[in-house]
Design a binder for this molecule. Structure first.
Ligand code: SF4
Length: 618
């Protein structure tokens, strides 16, 4: 029911046309807020409504949508998440990622729930937002700079109180896994939002906000927020988890044979202790760094020496340790921190970037590529070689021009059987969990809308809890997680308080009506998350007419090569077993046998409008 006043929202959507330089604001539609909440929900609905069908990711028709959520910027744990989405140049499908830091709250303080960036600027620019003053400004002096350097320069020029997000050389050069970087170490990674901004010639977004926004029950929010912090601090996991952040999980992942090692050739790395969270803490971490409102800061800010020089970097966090540590056979935490720094400054995603480097090393190992084709000798475990290759990729020089397209397209280009070790689903490189001995995690990768990303469902703990060999009966858990975790992304929240220290979901359910004034139950919120999940699935079908089951298959390596070592030795996921998991998953979701939502399902979820633009069989 429309009431006119939006509590918990900035109340406006900002539209920036880079082609003309025009900016305008529109009221945030109450129906959009009620039906899609914010963040990921806004991104999905706006992209569905506004992108021309079949738009090229690198064209004037594509857009970047940046959105916070109703819980962002508030006095409650983890209220610092912002979403950015676009049609992905990495996959040609729905693309989106989130990051922490302090941009989400700042944007809402300036009075905006979302920013829609469209068109292509004739020259490098940045979007300047200072409450109602919005300008497209010249960015020539920042173009070509690294992410950290550009952020530092912009803060020096505009003032420390501006929150700044930048792209690096990788984004400028359209590397399809280029990130958007913020707060000197937080990134929107994976699906190439940074590359689309690079195509638009947008170097940065700088935001300062002072308008604030209202909540439905200010006293109730304060009281509940205080209670939430106290509950977080009292959790037994608080003291165990916080010192190491996500890196603390390294040994456990290795033990269950899920640690990506040597381009996922196996799931067990003998030198895991040299790059784990404890070693990070002891050797290089100098301070904890968190996002807006975070009681469990997972950012580990590090200082380290490499080749006689001192470097500073936020991290490495677990995914970087996995994809740029074990997966490249790097042997100590300083080496991992160094390549982490290089990737971050260039604006390259460390997960996809690590996977691309590992793929290249295996191509050399198997004779698919020669050192002459690559440009030099490269070997496993060599951080300087890794940094050299990352630089070539970000600059699109030599072999880097092909590697900038990701492992799927590089394998298509290189041939010679290299597709057998190109580790991706839907064209997106697999993140930090080898899954031949973790079927629920594999199913989560297979069915994630953006490709093989763990952020949609971290199901590996369920594998460990109910049996790593078991494949049947796990689909329901993957679906449950695929509704809970992305719900955080729609609300503007970090999920790690819940995931890592067991913070109860009921707290968020209690807080939501105090913020918005809407009496939604937790089940109501999950239903909205399911709506968004089905919408992005339909987006993928709309953009690729052949989209369906075949896009949900795991990498060939996982279907054909048994694990050679570790606790999961001998395990793999033959195609017929993978297909059976999909059958169970589709059936539970109310989708047809090709993995597409049925008309009935769409109607049930309030997505009947999808049928105007998408022809479905059943
Ligand atoms: Fe940010 Fe980490 Fe805290 Fe989440 S747990 S809010 S990502 S610092």
């Amino acid at each position: 029911m429309a009431s006119g006043k939006l509590y918990g929202y900035g109340g406006r959507i900002l539209r920036v046309d880079l082609g003309t330089g025009a900016v305008r604001t529109e009221p945030t539609p109450e129906s959009l807020a009620r039906e899609y909440l914010g963040g990921r929900g806004f991104v999905a609905k706006i992209l569905w409504d506004e992108l021309p069908v079949g738009v090229e990711p690198f064209s004037a028709g594509n857009k970047v949508v940046i959105a916070s959520g109703p819980m962002a910027g508030l006095f409650l744990p983890g209220s610092g998440k912002i979403e950015m989405g676009t049609k992905s140049p990495a996959t040609g499908l729905y693309g989106e990622g989130n990051m922490g830091g302090h941009l989400a709250g700042e944007l809402k303080f300036a009075g905006y729930d979302a920013v829609i960036i469209e068109g292509v600027s004739p020259k490098p620019c940045y979007v300047f937002i200072d409450d109602d003053r919005v300008e497209v400004r010249d960015a020539s002096k920042y173009w070509g700079k690294g992410c950290f350097e550009a952020e530092k320069m912009l803060k020096e020029d505009l003032g420390e109180d501006f929150k700044v997000a930048t792209i690096g050389p990788a984004g400028e050069n359209l590397v399809v896994y280029a990130v958007v970087s913020h707060d000197f170490g937080r990134q929107v990674g994976r699906t190439g939002v940074g590359a689309v901004l690079g195509h638009m010639k947008v170097k940065a977004i700088a935001v300062r906000g002072s308008r604030g926004f209202e909540v439905a029950d200010p006293a109730g929010v304060l009281k509940k927020g205080k209670e939430m912090y106290e509950a977080c601090f009292a959790k037994p996991g608080f003291d165990e988890w916080t010192p190491y952040g996500t890196a603390g999980v390294t040994d456990w992942v290795n033990e269950i044979c899920a640690f990506p090692t040597k381009n996922f050739q196996t799931g067990y790395y003998e030198r895991h202790k040299a790059i784990n969270g404890q070693t990070l803490k002891e050797r290089i971490c100098i301070l904890d760094k968190g996002c807006t409102g975070c009681p469990i800061p997972c950012g580990k800010y590090s200082r380290f020496e490499f080749s006689g020089k001192t470097y500073y970097v936020e991290g490495p966090e677990y995914e970087t340790i996995a994809l740029m540590g074990g997966n490249l056979l790097l042997e100590n935490i300083e080496d991992v921190a160094y390549v982490n720094y290089v990737a971050d400054e260039l604006g390259l995603d460390t997960i996809s970037g690590g996977s691309v480097v590992a793929f290249t090393l295996e191509c050399l190992e198997k004779g698919v590529l020669t050192p002459a084709e690559v440009g030099r000798e490269l070997r496993w475990g060599d951080p300087e070689g890794v940094a050299w290759l990352l630089e070539r990729i970000a600059r699109r020089e030599g072999i880097g021009d092909v590697l900038a397209l990701g492992v799927k397209k590089a394998a298509e280009r290189f041939g010679k059987g290299s597709e057998r070790f190109a580790m991706h689903v839907k064209g997106l490189e697999v993140s930090g969990y080898e899954s031949r001995y973790a079927p629920a995690m594999m199913l989560a990768y297979m069915t994630a809308d953006i490709g093989a990303h763990h952020n949609r469902a971290w199901a590996i703990t369920y594998d460990a809890a109910v049996g790593q060999d078991k494949t049947e009966g796990k689909a329901w858990k993957v679906i449950e997680l695929q509704h809970i975790r992305p719900l955080f992304d729609a609300l503007g929240l970090c999920r790690l308080q819940w995931v890592e220290i067991g913070f109860e979901l009921s707290h968020y359910a209690d807080m939501f009506p105090l913020v918005t004034g809407w009496e939604y139950s937790w089940e109501d919120l999950l239903k909205i998350s399911e709506r968004i999940w089905n919408l992005t699935r339909c987006f993928n079908k709309r953009e690729k007419p052949d989209f369906g089951r075949v896009y949900d298959l795991p990498p060939l390596r996982w279907m054909e090569e048994p694990l050679p070592s570790g606790a999961g030795q001998g395990r793999c996921m033959p195609r017929d077993k993978a297909e059976k998991m999909l059958d169970e998953y589709y059936s539970l979701r109310g989708w047809d046998s090709n993995g597409l939502p049925t008309k009935g399902k769409l109607q049930e979820l309030g997505l009947g409008f999808v049928l105007e633009r998408l022809k479905l069989e059943s």
